[in-house]
Design a protein around this ligand. Structure first.
Ligand code: ATP
Length: 245
């Protein structure tokens, strides 16, 4: 059964068609990648699905809830890590998790325990009481990832999950996401990194010019075939630059 579904989503910003009839369906237990070039409509898709942006037309559904008519209902049930989001500058990660825990209705002892688990998992225990404004970009990203999963939602949306993370932490996040999906949860990641999508995702939807133009299961690619080949085949090459002047 699909836990996330869109049908013919359209969203225009003036002359720009950010979404141009995008349809997709994600099943429970998938780690689904939205892969596309800059400006393809990935962020807009996530934003519509999480009730932050209203589509002009089309349908969207998350866990049986319509994000347009019941955005709070969707946000209560999912975890979200939007693009370019940072923890509040004048709070520490620990305070941020207490805030998230309060909004999500978690008991204090559960918040304390999960705070420690995440700090150990992503190696930032020594930064739990540092003001976010004094954290590095990577430490802020660790805080935001932990915040998105703190209430252990069955569906999570993450934009560029590995941005600003060092290679060791990237591996830990990948392992966590894989285990999380194997436990039956659903994760949607948006990325323009083909390697990340190929390695991490159980299924990848290629988005171009506001449409879902192809889907690929990386584990089922034939010998010698790559996700990059599929990507290049389906993404407009109008403005392709060969690298030579
Ligand atoms: N608030 C906005 N106002 C005007 N145009 C917007 C707005 N948000 C998005 N767009 C436009 O809609 C299109 C799709 O943007 P979107 O952010 O969804 O792409 P994306 O696939 O996430 O890109 P990237 O990988 O660069 O983050 C782009 O052409 C963008 O300029």
């Amino acid at each position: 059964m699909s836990v996330i579904r869109t049908e013919g989503l359209r969203k225009a910003y003036g002359e720009v068609a950010a979404l141009d009839g995008l349809s997709l369906s994600v099943e429970a237990g998938e780690l689904y990648g939205l892969l596309g070039p800059n400006g393809a409509g990935k962020t807009t898709t996530m934003s519509v699905l999480t009730g932050q942006t209203l589509a002009d037309s089309g349908e969207a559904e998350v866990l049986g809830v319509d994000p347009e008519t019941d955005p709070i209902g969707v946000r209560e049930r999912v975890g979200i890590l939007p693009e370019k989001e940072s923890p509040p500058s004048f709070s520490t990660p620990r305070e941020y998790f207490q805030f998230v825990g309060a909004v999500r209705g978690l008991p204090d002892d559960v918040v304390d325990e999960r705070t420690q688990t995440w700090a150990d998992r992503l190696s930032f225990a020594e930064k739990l009481d540092t003001l976010s404004t004094d954290l590095s970009r990577g430490q802020q990203q660790k805080t935001m990832i932990a915040g998105a999963f703190l209430h252990e939602p069955e569906v999570v949306f993450i934009d560029e999950p590995l941005a600003n993370l060092d290679p060791i932490v990237q591996e830990r996040v990948k392992r966590f996401l894989t285990n999380y999906r194997e436990a039956g949860n659903t994760v949607v990641v948006s990325t323009h990194n083909v390697d990340v999508a190929a390695e991490l995702c159980s299924r990848v939807g290629i988005v171009n010019a506001g449409e879902l133009v192809a889907e690929e299961t990386p584990a089922e690619l034939d010998e010698g075939e790559t996700l990059l080949d599929t990507f290049i085949e389906h993404v407009d090459a109008d403005e392709e630059w060969s690298g030579d002047e």
